[in-house]
Design a protein around this ligand. Sequence first.
Ligand SMILES: Cc1cc2nc3c(=O)[nH]c(=O)nc-3n(C[C@H](O)[C@H](O)[C@H](O)COP(=O)(O)OP(=O)(O)OC[C@H]3O[C@@H](n4cnc5c(N)ncnc54)[C@H](O)[C@@H]3O)c2cc1C
Length: 409
Amino acid sequence: MPCLDYDLTLTDEQRAIRDSAHRFAAEVMRPAGIELDRLSPEEVVAPGSRLYDVVRQARDLGFMSLAGPAEVGGLGASPRTQHLVLEELAWGSLGLTAVMFLSEWPPLAALGSGNPALAEEFAGPYYGKAGGVRLGAWAITEPNHGSDTLGAMRPEMAVAGPGDLVARRDGDHWVLSGQKSAWVSNGPIANQAVVNVNVDPKGRLDRGGVCILPLDLPGISRGRPLNKHGLRSLPQGEIFFDEVRIPRRYMMAEDAAYPRHVNSTLTAFNAGVGAITAGLARAAYETALAYTKERIQGGRPIFEHQAVRARLFRMFSLVQATRAFSREVFVYNQTQLATGGPAPIEHSIASKVFCTDAALEVATLAVQLHGGNGMTKEYPAEMFLRDATALTIADGENAFLSQLGAAEL
Ligand SMILES: Cc1cc2nc3c(=O)[nH]c(=O)nc-3n(C[C@H](O)[C@H](O)[C@H](O)COP(=O)(O)OP(=O)(O)OC[C@H]3O[C@@H](n4cnc5c(N)ncnc54)[C@H](O)[C@@H]3O)c2cc1C
Protein backbone atom coordinates (compact mmCIF):
# COMPACT_ATOMS: atom_id res chain seq x y z
CA MET A 1 0.00 0.00 0.00
CA PRO A 2 2.28 2.80 -1.13
CA CYS A 3 0.86 6.30 -0.73
CA LEU A 4 -0.55 7.95 -3.83
CA ASP A 5 -0.79 11.61 -4.78
CA TYR A 6 -4.33 12.03 -6.09
CA ASP A 7 -3.49 15.31 -7.79
CA LEU A 8 -3.46 14.60 -11.52
CA THR A 9 -2.83 18.26 -12.32
CA LEU A 10 0.76 18.32 -11.01
CA THR A 11 3.18 19.60 -13.63
CA ASP A 12 6.56 18.10 -14.44
CA GLU A 13 8.14 21.09 -12.73
CA GLN A 14 6.16 20.45 -9.53
CA ARG A 15 7.10 16.77 -9.56
CA ALA A 16 10.75 17.70 -10.06
CA ILE A 17 10.89 20.09 -7.09
CA ARG A 18 8.98 17.58 -4.94
CA ASP A 19 11.49 14.85 -5.85
CA SER A 20 14.41 17.16 -5.15
CA ALA A 21 12.91 18.03 -1.73
CA HIS A 22 12.46 14.32 -1.02
CA ARG A 23 16.10 13.56 -1.85
CA PHE A 24 17.27 16.35 0.46
CA ALA A 25 14.90 15.11 3.17
CA ALA A 26 16.10 11.51 2.88
CA GLU A 27 19.82 12.13 2.47
CA VAL A 28 20.35 15.17 4.71
CA MET A 29 17.38 16.00 6.93
CA ARG A 30 16.38 12.57 8.28
CA PRO A 31 19.89 11.64 9.52
CA ALA A 32 20.50 15.16 10.84
CA GLY A 33 17.09 15.27 12.54
CA ILE A 34 17.77 11.97 14.33
CA GLU A 35 21.26 13.11 15.38
CA LEU A 36 19.95 16.45 16.73
CA ASP A 37 17.06 14.72 18.53
CA ARG A 38 19.63 12.94 20.72
CA LEU A 39 21.67 16.01 21.65
CA SER A 40 21.13 18.33 24.56
CA PRO A 41 19.33 21.61 23.68
CA GLU A 42 22.61 23.46 24.28
CA GLU A 43 24.44 21.18 21.83
CA VAL A 44 21.72 21.68 19.19
CA VAL A 45 22.27 25.46 19.17
CA ALA A 46 26.05 25.47 19.74
CA PRO A 47 28.34 26.82 16.99
CA GLY A 48 29.29 23.95 14.69
CA SER A 49 25.96 22.15 15.26
CA ARG A 50 24.75 20.20 12.23
CA LEU A 51 21.58 22.32 12.33
CA TYR A 52 23.43 25.25 10.73
CA ASP A 53 24.86 23.07 7.99
CA VAL A 54 21.36 21.79 7.11
CA VAL A 55 19.84 25.27 6.94
CA ARG A 56 22.73 26.52 4.80
CA GLN A 57 22.11 23.72 2.32
CA ALA A 58 18.34 24.28 2.46
CA ARG A 59 18.84 28.00 1.79
CA ASP A 60 21.04 27.26 -1.23
CA LEU A 61 18.40 24.89 -2.62
CA GLY A 62 15.68 27.53 -2.21
CA PHE A 63 13.75 25.62 0.48
CA MET A 64 13.88 28.58 2.87
CA SER A 65 12.55 31.01 0.25
CA LEU A 66 9.54 29.08 -0.98
CA ALA A 67 6.89 31.79 -0.67
CA GLY A 68 9.00 34.89 -1.38
CA PRO A 69 8.32 36.51 -4.74
CA ALA A 70 10.89 35.92 -7.48
CA GLU A 71 11.41 39.71 -7.88
CA VAL A 72 13.07 39.88 -4.46
CA GLY A 73 15.02 36.63 -4.82
CA GLY A 74 12.46 34.16 -3.47
CA LEU A 75 11.41 30.97 -5.21
CA GLY A 76 7.92 32.36 -5.87
CA ALA A 77 6.46 28.86 -5.54
CA SER A 78 2.68 28.49 -5.83
CA PRO A 79 0.88 27.40 -2.64
CA ARG A 80 0.44 23.91 -4.16
CA THR A 81 4.18 23.64 -4.81
CA GLN A 82 4.92 24.95 -1.31
CA HIS A 83 2.72 22.22 0.15
CA LEU A 84 4.45 19.54 -1.92
CA VAL A 85 7.86 20.68 -0.68
CA LEU A 86 6.84 21.18 2.96
CA GLU A 87 5.36 17.68 3.12
CA GLU A 88 8.58 16.15 1.80
CA LEU A 89 10.86 18.18 4.08
CA ALA A 90 8.75 17.28 7.12
CA TRP A 91 8.91 13.62 6.08
CA GLY A 92 12.67 14.02 6.62
CA SER A 93 12.60 16.04 9.85
CA LEU A 94 9.68 17.88 11.35
CA GLY A 95 11.85 19.99 13.67
CA LEU A 96 14.23 21.13 10.96
CA THR A 97 11.32 21.94 8.65
CA ALA A 98 9.89 24.15 11.38
CA VAL A 99 13.26 25.94 11.68
CA MET A 100 13.11 26.70 7.93
CA PHE A 101 9.38 27.52 7.66
CA LEU A 102 9.51 30.00 10.55
CA SER A 103 12.62 31.71 9.23
CA GLU A 104 10.75 32.98 6.17
CA TRP A 105 8.03 34.51 8.33
CA PRO A 106 9.64 37.89 9.21
CA PRO A 107 10.63 38.67 5.58
CA LEU A 108 7.17 37.69 4.35
CA ALA A 109 5.54 39.82 7.04
CA ALA A 110 7.78 42.76 6.07
CA LEU A 111 6.80 42.40 2.42
CA GLY A 112 3.13 42.10 3.39
CA SER A 113 3.28 45.23 5.55
CA GLY A 114 3.27 47.42 2.44
CA ASN A 115 6.12 49.48 3.94
CA PRO A 116 9.08 49.54 1.49
CA ALA A 117 11.50 50.46 4.30
CA LEU A 118 10.61 47.28 6.22
CA ALA A 119 10.78 45.19 3.05
CA GLU A 120 14.24 46.53 2.35
CA GLU A 121 15.50 45.99 5.89
CA PHE A 122 14.03 42.56 6.65
CA ALA A 123 13.30 40.89 3.29
CA GLY A 124 16.21 42.27 1.23
CA PRO A 125 19.05 40.66 3.22
CA TYR A 126 17.02 37.47 3.75
CA TYR A 127 16.42 36.76 0.08
CA GLY A 128 19.72 38.27 -1.05
CA LYS A 129 22.33 35.61 -1.43
CA ALA A 130 25.12 37.69 0.14
CA GLY A 131 25.74 37.19 3.86
CA GLY A 132 24.78 34.28 6.05
CA VAL A 133 21.52 32.49 6.66
CA ARG A 134 18.98 34.57 8.58
CA LEU A 135 16.79 32.66 11.00
CA GLY A 136 13.41 33.97 12.07
CA ALA A 137 10.68 33.57 14.67
CA TRP A 138 7.12 34.49 15.54
CA ALA A 139 6.88 35.30 19.25
CA ILE A 140 3.33 35.50 20.59
CA THR A 141 3.14 33.08 23.54
CA GLU A 142 3.90 34.47 27.01
CA PRO A 143 4.53 32.70 30.31
CA ASN A 144 1.14 33.77 31.67
CA HIS A 145 -0.76 33.94 28.37
CA GLY A 146 -0.66 30.96 26.00
CA SER A 147 -4.09 30.24 24.57
CA ASP A 148 -5.17 33.72 25.74
CA THR A 149 -2.98 35.35 23.10
CA LEU A 150 -4.55 33.38 20.24
CA GLY A 151 -8.14 34.39 20.96
CA ALA A 152 -7.55 38.06 20.12
CA MET A 153 -9.90 37.94 17.14
CA ARG A 154 -12.91 36.87 19.24
CA PRO A 155 -14.07 39.65 21.61
CA GLU A 156 -15.80 37.12 23.90
CA MET A 157 -12.43 35.41 24.46
CA ALA A 158 -10.62 38.62 25.40
CA VAL A 159 -9.02 38.64 28.83
CA ALA A 160 -7.74 41.47 30.98
CA GLY A 161 -4.14 42.63 30.58
CA PRO A 162 -1.36 43.27 31.28
CA GLY A 163 0.52 41.01 28.95
CA ASP A 164 4.01 39.82 29.86
CA LEU A 165 5.44 41.96 27.07
CA VAL A 166 4.25 45.55 26.97
CA ALA A 167 5.06 48.30 24.47
CA ARG A 168 4.68 51.99 25.33
CA ARG A 169 4.93 54.90 22.93
CA ASP A 170 7.77 57.39 23.40
CA GLY A 171 7.69 60.00 20.66
CA ASP A 172 8.77 58.38 17.42
CA HIS A 173 9.71 55.18 19.19
CA TRP A 174 8.14 52.28 21.02
CA VAL A 175 9.77 50.86 24.13
CA LEU A 176 9.35 47.14 24.82
CA SER A 177 9.59 45.64 28.31
CA GLY A 178 8.96 42.10 29.44
CA GLN A 179 9.34 38.68 27.88
CA LYS A 180 8.00 35.97 25.62
CA SER A 181 7.73 32.36 26.76
CA ALA A 182 10.20 29.53 26.30
CA TRP A 183 7.99 28.13 23.54
CA VAL A 184 9.15 30.60 20.90
CA SER A 185 10.41 28.40 18.06
CA ASN A 186 13.90 29.45 16.93
CA GLY A 187 13.91 31.79 19.97
CA PRO A 188 17.53 30.96 20.92
CA ILE A 189 18.92 31.26 17.37
CA ALA A 190 16.72 33.69 15.42
CA ASN A 191 18.24 36.87 13.96
CA GLN A 192 14.89 38.62 13.45
CA ALA A 193 11.33 38.13 14.65
CA VAL A 194 7.73 39.16 14.42
CA VAL A 195 6.72 39.90 18.02
CA ASN A 196 3.21 40.45 19.40
CA VAL A 197 3.01 42.98 22.24
CA ASN A 198 0.36 44.37 24.53
CA VAL A 199 -0.19 48.13 24.19
CA ASP A 200 -2.89 48.45 26.85
CA PRO A 201 -1.42 47.13 30.12
CA LYS A 202 -4.30 48.43 32.23
CA GLY A 203 -6.96 47.09 29.91
CA ARG A 204 -7.35 44.14 27.58
CA LEU A 205 -4.83 41.70 26.22
CA ASP A 206 -6.36 41.88 22.75
CA ARG A 207 -5.34 45.54 22.49
CA GLY A 208 -2.04 44.72 20.98
CA GLY A 209 0.53 45.45 18.37
CA VAL A 210 2.70 43.44 16.02
CA CYS A 211 6.34 44.51 15.64
CA ILE A 212 9.10 43.28 13.45
CA LEU A 213 12.62 43.68 14.75
CA PRO A 214 16.19 42.45 14.60
CA LEU A 215 17.08 40.45 17.69
CA ASP A 216 20.48 42.05 18.29
CA LEU A 217 19.10 45.35 19.61
CA PRO A 218 20.36 46.65 22.98
CA GLY A 219 18.24 45.23 25.81
CA ILE A 220 17.33 41.94 24.12
CA SER A 221 18.55 38.68 25.66
CA ARG A 222 17.64 35.00 25.36
CA GLY A 223 16.83 32.26 27.79
CA ARG A 224 18.38 28.80 27.82
CA PRO A 225 17.14 26.57 25.00
CA LEU A 226 14.20 24.54 26.26
CA ASN A 227 14.70 20.87 27.10
CA LYS A 228 11.58 19.19 25.78
CA HIS A 229 9.88 15.92 24.90
CA GLY A 230 9.38 16.29 21.14
CA LEU A 231 10.64 18.37 18.22
CA ARG A 232 14.09 18.42 19.78
CA SER A 233 15.77 19.49 16.55
CA LEU A 234 13.74 22.73 16.73
CA PRO A 235 15.37 25.05 19.29
CA GLN A 236 12.87 26.94 21.46
CA GLY A 237 13.45 29.51 24.17
CA GLU A 238 12.53 32.76 25.86
CA ILE A 239 13.27 36.23 24.52
CA PHE A 240 13.65 38.99 27.13
CA PHE A 241 13.17 42.70 26.44
CA ASP A 242 14.67 45.26 28.80
CA GLU A 243 13.51 48.75 27.73
CA VAL A 244 14.17 47.94 24.08
CA ARG A 245 13.67 51.01 21.87
CA ILE A 246 12.40 50.41 18.37
CA PRO A 247 11.53 52.98 15.71
CA ARG A 248 7.84 53.50 15.09
CA ARG A 249 8.03 51.94 11.62
CA TYR A 250 8.76 48.54 13.20
CA MET A 251 5.18 48.45 14.56
CA MET A 252 3.38 46.82 11.63
CA ALA A 253 -0.12 46.69 13.12
CA GLU A 254 -1.77 48.05 16.24
CA ASP A 255 -5.16 48.52 17.89
CA ALA A 256 -8.02 47.75 15.47
CA ALA A 257 -5.64 46.09 13.03
CA TYR A 258 -4.27 43.79 15.75
CA PRO A 259 -7.02 41.13 15.91
CA ARG A 260 -7.05 40.94 12.09
CA HIS A 261 -3.29 40.40 12.08
CA VAL A 262 -3.49 37.60 14.68
CA ASN A 263 -6.34 36.05 12.69
CA SER A 264 -4.45 36.01 9.39
CA THR A 265 -1.21 34.80 11.02
CA LEU A 266 -2.99 31.92 12.73
CA THR A 267 -4.82 31.13 9.49
CA ALA A 268 -1.48 30.86 7.67
CA PHE A 269 0.31 28.97 10.45
CA ASN A 270 -2.45 26.44 11.12
CA ALA A 271 -2.59 25.68 7.39
CA GLY A 272 1.21 25.27 7.47
CA VAL A 273 1.07 22.89 10.43
CA GLY A 274 -1.44 20.78 8.48
CA ALA A 275 1.04 20.57 5.59
CA ILE A 276 4.03 19.51 7.64
CA THR A 277 1.92 17.08 9.66
CA ALA A 278 1.06 15.24 6.45
CA GLY A 279 4.80 14.59 6.00
CA LEU A 280 5.26 13.35 9.56
CA ALA A 281 2.27 11.00 9.34
CA ARG A 282 3.61 9.54 6.09
CA ALA A 283 7.06 9.08 7.59
CA ALA A 284 5.60 7.13 10.53
CA TYR A 285 3.42 4.99 8.23
CA GLU A 286 6.19 4.17 5.75
CA THR A 287 8.63 3.29 8.52
CA ALA A 288 6.09 0.95 10.12
CA LEU A 289 5.17 -0.62 6.77
CA ALA A 290 8.83 -1.42 6.05
CA TYR A 291 9.35 -2.82 9.54
CA THR A 292 6.34 -5.16 9.30
CA LYS A 293 7.82 -6.68 6.15
CA GLU A 294 11.10 -7.45 7.93
CA ARG A 295 10.01 -8.58 11.38
CA ILE A 296 9.24 -12.28 11.57
CA GLN A 297 6.78 -13.58 14.16
CA GLY A 298 4.52 -16.63 13.95
CA GLY A 299 6.88 -17.92 11.27
CA ARG A 300 6.21 -15.16 8.76
CA PRO A 301 6.63 -11.39 8.32
CA ILE A 302 4.17 -9.73 10.70
CA PHE A 303 2.82 -7.85 7.64
CA GLU A 304 1.05 -11.09 6.71
CA HIS A 305 -1.02 -11.19 9.91
CA GLN A 306 -4.51 -9.80 9.44
CA ALA A 307 -4.45 -7.77 12.68
CA VAL A 308 -1.27 -6.04 11.52
CA ARG A 309 -2.61 -5.29 8.05
CA ALA A 310 -5.81 -3.83 9.53
CA ARG A 311 -3.72 -1.36 11.53
CA LEU A 312 -1.61 -0.50 8.50
CA PHE A 313 -4.76 0.11 6.51
CA ARG A 314 -6.07 2.52 9.15
CA MET A 315 -2.73 4.37 9.05
CA PHE A 316 -2.74 4.43 5.24
CA SER A 317 -6.27 5.93 5.19
CA LEU A 318 -5.32 8.64 7.68
CA VAL A 319 -2.14 9.53 5.77
CA GLN A 320 -4.03 9.90 2.48
CA ALA A 321 -6.69 12.01 4.22
CA THR A 322 -4.15 14.33 5.91
CA ARG A 323 -2.39 15.02 2.62
CA ALA A 324 -5.60 15.70 0.69
CA PHE A 325 -7.28 17.87 3.34
CA SER A 326 -4.20 19.83 4.37
CA ARG A 327 -3.22 20.52 0.76
CA GLU A 328 -6.63 21.85 -0.30
CA VAL A 329 -6.90 24.09 2.78
CA PHE A 330 -3.30 25.29 2.39
CA VAL A 331 -3.77 26.10 -1.30
CA TYR A 332 -7.08 27.86 -0.71
CA ASN A 333 -6.17 29.94 2.31
CA GLN A 334 -2.60 30.81 1.25
CA THR A 335 -3.94 31.95 -2.13
CA GLN A 336 -6.62 34.05 -0.45
CA LEU A 337 -4.14 35.56 2.02
CA ALA A 338 -1.74 36.42 -0.81
CA THR A 339 -4.44 38.05 -2.94
CA GLY A 340 -6.36 39.81 -0.16
CA GLY A 341 -9.45 37.60 -0.36
CA PRO A 342 -11.30 36.13 2.64
CA ALA A 343 -9.32 33.28 4.19
CA PRO A 344 -11.64 31.53 6.67
CA ILE A 345 -9.65 30.60 9.77
CA GLU A 346 -11.96 27.73 10.73
CA HIS A 347 -10.77 25.77 7.69
CA SER A 348 -7.12 26.17 8.68
CA ILE A 349 -7.99 25.17 12.24
CA ALA A 350 -9.97 22.14 11.03
CA SER A 351 -6.96 21.06 8.94
CA LYS A 352 -4.50 21.57 11.82
CA VAL A 353 -6.64 19.76 14.38
CA PHE A 354 -7.64 16.89 12.08
CA CYS A 355 -4.14 16.34 10.71
CA THR A 356 -2.32 16.52 14.04
CA ASP A 357 -4.84 14.19 15.71
CA ALA A 358 -4.48 11.82 12.76
CA ALA A 359 -0.66 11.99 12.86
CA LEU A 360 -0.74 11.21 16.58
CA GLU A 361 -2.86 8.12 15.90
CA VAL A 362 -0.60 7.03 13.01
CA ALA A 363 2.54 7.54 15.09
CA THR A 364 1.02 5.64 18.04
CA LEU A 365 0.15 2.71 15.77
CA ALA A 366 3.66 2.84 14.27
CA VAL A 367 5.17 2.41 17.74
CA GLN A 368 2.82 -0.48 18.53
CA LEU A 369 3.64 -2.25 15.26
CA HIS A 370 7.32 -2.08 16.24
CA GLY A 371 6.55 -3.94 19.47
CA GLY A 372 9.36 -3.45 22.01
CA ASN A 373 11.53 -1.92 19.30
CA GLY A 374 9.03 0.95 19.15
CA MET A 375 10.34 2.05 22.54
CA THR A 376 14.00 2.17 21.55
CA LYS A 377 16.11 4.83 19.92
CA GLU A 378 17.34 2.22 17.44
CA TYR A 379 14.21 3.02 15.41
CA PRO A 380 12.73 6.44 14.60
CA ALA A 381 9.15 5.45 15.53
CA GLU A 382 9.36 6.79 19.09
CA MET A 383 10.73 10.14 17.79
CA PHE A 384 7.82 10.42 15.35
CA LEU A 385 5.41 9.88 18.25
CA ARG A 386 7.07 12.57 20.39
CA ASP A 387 7.06 14.99 17.45
CA ALA A 388 3.40 14.26 16.69
CA THR A 389 2.47 15.00 20.30
CA ALA A 390 4.19 18.39 20.14
CA LEU A 391 2.20 19.32 17.05
CA THR A 392 -1.12 18.91 18.85
CA ILE A 393 -0.05 21.84 21.08
CA ALA A 394 1.98 24.01 18.66
CA ASP A 395 0.13 27.01 17.22
CA GLY A 396 -2.71 26.42 19.66
CA GLU A 397 -3.60 23.32 21.69
CA ASN A 398 -6.16 21.35 19.71
CA ALA A 399 -9.09 21.56 22.15
CA PHE A 400 -8.70 25.33 22.46
CA LEU A 401 -8.31 25.72 18.70
CA SER A 402 -11.46 23.67 18.14
CA GLN A 403 -13.33 26.06 20.42
CA LEU A 404 -11.92 28.99 18.41
CA GLY A 405 -12.89 27.34 15.12
CA ALA A 406 -16.36 26.38 16.35
CA ALA A 407 -17.03 30.02 17.24
CA GLU A 408 -16.71 30.87 13.54
CA LEU A 409 -19.33 28.35 12.36
C1 LIG B 1 6.16 22.53 19.43
C2 LIG B 1 5.64 23.89 19.79
C3 LIG B 1 5.99 24.99 19.02
C4 LIG B 1 5.54 26.26 19.39
N1 LIG B 1 5.97 27.34 18.67
C5 LIG B 1 5.66 28.59 19.09
C6 LIG B 1 6.19 29.73 18.41
O1 LIG B 1 6.90 29.62 17.41
N2 LIG B 1 5.89 30.96 18.89
C7 LIG B 1 5.10 31.13 19.98
O2 LIG B 1 4.89 32.27 20.36
N3 LIG B 1 4.56 30.07 20.63
C8 LIG B 1 4.82 28.80 20.21
N4 LIG B 1 4.32 27.70 20.87
C9 LIG B 1 3.43 27.90 22.00
C10 LIG B 1 2.00 27.44 21.72
O3 LIG B 1 1.38 28.31 20.82
C11 LIG B 1 1.29 27.36 23.07
O4 LIG B 1 1.92 26.31 23.80
C12 LIG B 1 -0.19 27.11 22.92
O5 LIG B 1 -0.82 28.24 22.39
C13 LIG B 1 -0.84 26.76 24.27
O6 LIG B 1 -0.49 27.69 25.24
P1 LIG B 1 0.04 27.19 26.68
O7 LIG B 1 1.13 26.24 26.44
O8 LIG B 1 0.30 28.37 27.51
O9 LIG B 1 -1.17 26.36 27.27
P2 LIG B 1 -2.45 26.97 28.04
O10 LIG B 1 -3.00 28.13 27.29
O11 LIG B 1 -2.11 27.16 29.46
O12 LIG B 1 -3.49 25.79 27.91
C14 LIG B 1 -3.50 24.67 28.81
C15 LIG B 1 -4.79 23.88 28.56
O13 LIG B 1 -5.94 24.68 28.85
C16 LIG B 1 -6.82 24.75 27.72
N5 LIG B 1 -7.38 26.11 27.63
C17 LIG B 1 -6.68 27.27 27.78
N6 LIG B 1 -7.49 28.32 27.62
C18 LIG B 1 -8.71 27.84 27.35
C19 LIG B 1 -9.98 28.45 27.06
N7 LIG B 1 -10.14 29.78 27.04
N8 LIG B 1 -11.01 27.63 26.81
C20 LIG B 1 -10.88 26.28 26.83
N9 LIG B 1 -9.71 25.66 27.10
C21 LIG B 1 -8.64 26.42 27.34
C22 LIG B 1 -5.95 24.42 26.51
O14 LIG B 1 -6.74 23.90 25.47
C23 LIG B 1 -4.95 23.42 27.10
O15 LIG B 1 -5.47 22.13 27.06
C24 LIG B 1 4.71 26.42 20.52
C25 LIG B 1 4.34 25.31 21.27
C26 LIG B 1 4.80 24.06 20.93
C27 LIG B 1 4.41 22.87 21.76
